[in-house]
Design a protein around this ligand. Sequence first.
Ligand SMILES: [Zn+2]
Ligand SMILES: [Zn+2]
Length: 135
Amino acid sequence: MSGTSGSCFCGAVKFTTSGEPAAMGYCHCTSCRHWSASPVNAFVLWKSDAVKVTQGADQIGSYSKTPQSVRKWCKKCGGHIFTEHPAWGLTDVYAGVKPGVHVHYQETVLKMTDGLPKMKDIPKEMGGSGATLPD
Ligand SMILES: [Zn+2]
Ligand SMILES: [Zn+2]
């Protein structure tokens, strides 16, 4: 997946990504579950400067529950667009997921025995414990 374009549910907001994603996987944390209204939230992390809004920037709403995550959505349709992680310089784009890892698995409500690594919280280099849990 090298360079992709995406849009919100109604198409008012459009964006592109360039290059390769930094990481892909599933997040099991409570915040993501509430935000996505599903038992797990798939993520594709890109370097923030690789993500460009090409249309409808004025339609983007923004909510930050914790300083780690600024969640963005379309004000017209309510569709999720992406989540910025300013401290890591990464942006989580909800498009074209090809997961490679599970994070915040200690909070899981949906066990997924898919053979992928299960991080207890998040990797050490991102400020977590780096511990993994059994599949
Ligand atoms: Zn929309
Ligand atoms: Zn999460």
